[in-house]
Each structure stands twice: as structure tokens, then as C-alpha cells.
Design a protein around this ligand. Structure first.
Ligand code: NAP
Length: 488
């Protein structure tokens, strides 16, 4: 019988193995089967990929915007016919329900096209000298050079789909390192790029461990920019190692959804379930914590439990499944630790709370509601990253603000209220990259700036901000006054 396929990395326009010959397995969280083996990149492979990128980058930078836009369109054309097949592979390697996977793979197409339109419309000003009127300052946006893109496993298509092609069409060459539990989607993305005719060396894929291949890439002296998405602790480590490279960090969150006493509780409960259980809660902008005003706590808790019962935990390949297995054992172990610690300190489980048995793997964890959570518990201040709705109560708006800002994460927060004045006054006080009024914390669109305050990151992406983050401003200073006298 045939074993699982062996997939390869992509360096300097060639599919290849690691120089050391080392490889690793990718196992499905849904079925437990080994889906593929892939090369485990080491330092030598990182050097080769950076060399290839460095050699290719000037050629990329010389492409006209028209040529770059046409390349981006060809990449999307190469993804489109494969959405169904690649969504199934995403479900198998990541564990998310097939409906979510289809949406994720297909969303990459308009996202790339949106950014390509942004690129076509980049405008830079021409300034007149302030103290020297004979001078003109012509501003240009120029690529960073060689950019490393490192991504996590929770959105193996959407996140590379926000960065990889965008870095390239901004004139950079790219070395892309995806997460080790979901590299198959990255291989497919590279297949699409190869079919689209990406210039040799301009796009390289390294598979293998973050602690070795990722760290070597971050430290490499000829990498000019790093675009990292992942845990806050990893982001901190990367920012130490990166030195003076241009760095954009999209990190963790523990975003609160705040329910005031005048909110529509039915809508709030639906949004709580969606933002807590979508992608099994493995979302940077999940509703990490539910802060509910004391007087409506009981009514809301009842509705949240009712909503939770509607979410079907099952094989993610089934169309009816709402929640699949978690992606990996360490993440599930963290969820269990957080729930157990909360219960040990007096919190109560209202729904779920223990791994499902009789499933193909031990990674199936049901949607879970925990009540009576306080900010001292991990469920009340840390990123749990699983399908859990921790309920905390507050009395005054000031108290809600203090609880929301306490963990010093600031990616996305939400407020549910019928009163716009109260919503705006909270929006001013919450220290976060975005505040969502009357929708889940889990909110994303193509065209508003995305990024965190404080421990949630550095920089902004999405829409025109993506192009800005992959380029630098250069000023060309021109003397348009009297010509200098020719030498005698
Ligand atoms: P992670 O452990 O930090 O890993 C992210 C990526 O970094 C993976 O490719 C990983 O490789 C690599 N890596 C690990 N250690 C590294 C090192 N020392 N140097 C360079 N690269 C290294 O995060 P994760 O568990 O995959 O993802 C979940 C986290 O991502 C959550 O905290 C979530 O909130 C955050 N996230 C944030 C956003 C956002 O937009 N702000 C979006 C999505 C996710 P390996 O897989 O080989 O370890």
C-alpha cells in the first residue's frame, strides 16, 4: 500500500528537500492519519533561500506595477479552480469545518485582488521646501528587499494570503515559513504561484521547525523585513533576535466582548457563540472573555448556554459540522489547564468542559461555557485559544474598562449596547487596535487597518496599510532653483 505523499519546499524556483535530508510528518487532527511528510529545513536551507531571494529581488523591483498586478491576478486564477480540493486538505490538516475552509481558501482571492488595487493607487506627495523654496521633495515608496513571512496554523490560507503575494507585488522577494502543523496549505499556495509564473527566486518556501529554521531566518543578516504572525511570547523573542530589521508583529489577544445592561441579549448570545467557537476558538480575535453587566448576567448566561447547544462538534469534513477538533495537543492541553484552574478557584462549567470521547483523535473538545470567572484566573486574563466562553461580571463601565485593559492585550474588543453614547465613551477608553460595536470581537474585513496595541503587536496591515508595511519611504530632493554655475 502507498504511504503518505512526500511534499517538498520551494527554493530558487525548484521543489527540493532539506540539505540534511531531514523530514517531518503532518498528522490530521481530524482522523489521526499521517497526511504527508515534508522537509525539515535547517540553517543551510535558510541561507540558500535568502541567497535566492536576494538575487531575485532587483528583478522584482524593476517589474512595472502593471506586470506585478497581472502576476497577482494569475496567482488568484491558479487558486480558483482548486478551492474545493485545497479546502479539504485544509480541513484535514487544520481541523476546521469544511464550510470554514472553503470560505478561507476562497477569501484569499479577493483579498489579494483588493491589495493589488491598492498597489495600483499608491500616491506619494511632492512637497515644496519649507525653509528652501527652491527645493522639491519627491516621495517614493520602495520595497524593503528580502522579506521573511512567518505564519501560524490557525489560518493557513488567510494569513499567508494577506502577506505573501502582497510582499512580492510591493517589489520584495519573499521567504515564507508556515507553521509546522499546517504546511500542506502552504505547498498548495506555492503551486499556485509557480503556475502563475512567479520569477525564479522571488518566492521561496521553507518548511520546518520555528525554533531552528524560523529563528535562523529571523537572525539572517541579509533579511531586511520580517512579517510575523503568532504568539506574543514568540513575537517578543523574534523582536529580540531581529535587531534593526523592519518588523511587523501580529500577535495574540484576549479580546473581551462587553455586554451592557441595555444590550440586545439574543444578538449578544449569538455573537458570543460565533466569536468563541468559530475555528474552535483558535482565533487571535476570538471573544476571549465575556464581560457582562451584573443585572443581565443570569439572562445572558442562560441564552449563551442555549446557543452553545446548537454548535455540533463532529468530523470537520461533514457539511453539518460547526466545530471540529482542535489543531494540536499543546493548545488543547492549555485549554484544559485554564478550565481546570478556573474550576479549582470556584468557577462553574455550564456546558462542555471535557474532551469528547469515542472520536478518531483525542483533540475533539466541545464548546464550553464557564461562569463565575474572575480576572485572577487565567480564563479571565490570558489567551485561552480554544472553544471556551468565560463569563465575568462587572458593575460599572469604569470597572468594565479596567477589566478589559488589564491583560495589556489590545487586538480587538467589542461592546454590546443600545446606546451609542455609551459605546463611544467605551471605545475611547479601550486600549485596542479596533473596537467593534454590536458584533463579535471576531471581526475582520479587507480594508480597515488591522493590528494590535501593547502585547498584541506592532504595525498595521490590511488594505493600503499592507502595501505601506512592505515598503519604505524615500525622498528624492531636487533643486529646481537657479542652475549651479558651470565650472569655469
Ligand atoms: P507560534 O507558536 O508563535 O508560531 C507561529 C509561527 O512562528 C510558526 O510558523 C512557528 O513555527 C514559528 N516560530 C515558532 N518559534 C519561532 C522562533 N523562535 N523564531 C521564528 N519563528 C518561530 O504561534 P501559533 O501557535 O502557531 O499561533 C497561534 C498564535 O497566533 C495565537 O497567539 C494567536 O493569537 C496568534 N495570531 C495572531 C494573529 C493576528 O493577526 N494578530 C492572527 C492569527 C494568529 P512552528 O510551527 O514550526 O513552531
Amino acid at each position: 500500500m502507498d504511504g503518505p505523499p512526500h511534499l517538498r519546499m520551494f527554493i530558487d524556483g525548484e521543489w527540493c528537500d532539506a540539505a540534511s535530508g531531514a523530514s517531518f510528518e503532518v498528522r490530521s487532527p481530524a482522523t489521526g492519519a499521517v497526511l504527508a511528510t515534508l522537509p525539515s529545513a535547517g540553517r543551510e536551507d535558510v541561507h540558500r533561500a535568502v541567497d535566492a531571494a536576494e538575487a531575485a529581488q532587483p528583478r522584482v523591483a524593476r517589474l512595472s506595477v502593471k506586470e506585478r498586478a497581472e502576476l497577482a491576478t494569475r496567482i488568484t486564477d491558479a487558486i480558483r479552480p482548486n478551492v474545493e480540493a485545497w479546502a479539504l486538505d485544509l480541513t484535514l490538516e487544520q481541523g476546521k469545518p469544511i464550510r470554514e475552509s472553503r470560505l478561507e481558501v476562497s477569501e484569499v482571492i479577493p483579498n489579494i485582488l483588493w491589495n493589488t488595487e491598492d498597489l495600483k493607487r499608491v500616491e506619494t506627495p511632492v512637497l515644496e521646501g519649507y525653509s528652501k523654496p527652491e527645493m522639491l521633495y519627491l516621495l517614493r515608496r520602495e520595497p524593503l528587499g528580502t522579506v521573511a513571512v512567518i505564519t501560524p496554523w490557525n489560518y493557513p490560507w488567510l494569513l499567508p494570503g494577506e502577506f505573501v503575494v502582497q510582499a512580492l507585488v510591493s517589489g520584495n522577494a519573499v521567504v515564507f515559513k508556515p507553521a509546522s502543523t499546517t504546511p500542506i496549505s502552504a505547498v498548495h499556495f506555492l503551486e499556485a504561484m509557480e503556475r502563475a509564473g512567479v520569477p525564479r527566486g522571488a518566492m521561496n518556501l521553507l518548511t520546518g521547525p520555528g525554533g531552528t529554521a524560523g529563528a535562523a531566518l529571523v537572525e539572517h543578516p541579509r533579511v531586511d523585513g520580517i512579517c510575523f504572525t503568532g504568539e506574543t511570547a514568540t513575537g517578543e523573542e523574534i523582536s529580540h533576535r531581529a535587531g534593526l530589521k523592519k518588523i511587523s508583529l501580529e500577535l495574540g489577544g484576549a479580546g473581551p466582548l462587553i455586554v451592557l445592561d441595555d444590550a440586545d441579549l439574543g444578538k449578544a448570545a449569538r455573537d458570543i457563540a460565533f466569536g468563541c467557537y468559530n475555528n474552535a476558538g483558535q482565533v487571535c480575535c476570538a471573544n476571549g472573555r465575556i464581560l457582562v453587566q451584573e443585572s443581565v448576567h443570569d439572562a445572558l448566561a442562560h441564552r449563551v448556554v442555549e446557543e452553545t447547544r446548537r454548535w455540533r462538534l463532529d468530523d470537520p469534513r461533514r457539511e453539518e459540522t460547526d466545530i471540529g477538533p482542535m489543531n494540536n495537543a499543546p493548545t488543547l492541553a492549555k485549554v484544559e489547564r485554564h478550565v481546570a484552574e478556573g474550576v479549582g478557584r470556584g468557577a462553574r462549567v455550564l456546558a462542555g468542559g471535557a474532551r469528547a470521547t469515542g472520536r478518531p483523535t483525542a483533540l475533539y473538545y466541545p464548546p464550553t461555557v464557564v461562569d463565575g470567572v474572575t480576572t485572577e484566573m487565567r480564563l479571565g486574563h490570558a489567551e485561552t485559544f480554544g472553544p471556551v466562553a468565560p463569563l465575568l461580571t462587572f458593575r460599572t463601565l469604569d470597572e468594565a474598562v479596567e477589566m478589559a485593559n488589564l491583560p495589556r492585550y489590545g487586538l480587538s474588543m467589542a461592546v454590546h449596547t443600545a446606546n451609542l453614547h455609551r459605546a463611544f465613551s467605551l471605545a475611547r477608553e479601550l486600549k485596542t487596535g479596533q473596537v467593534v460595536v454590536n458584533d463579535p470581537v471576531l471581526y475582520w474585513d479587507y480594508n480597515h487597518p488591522w493590528g494590535g496595541f501593547r502585547r498584541s503587536g506592532i504595525g498595521r496591515v490590511a488594505g493600503k496599510w499592507t502595501i505601506e508595511s512592505f515598503t519604505e519611504l524615500k525622498t528624492v530632493i531636487v533643486n529646481v532653483g537657479e542652475s549651479p554655475k558651470p565650472p569655469p
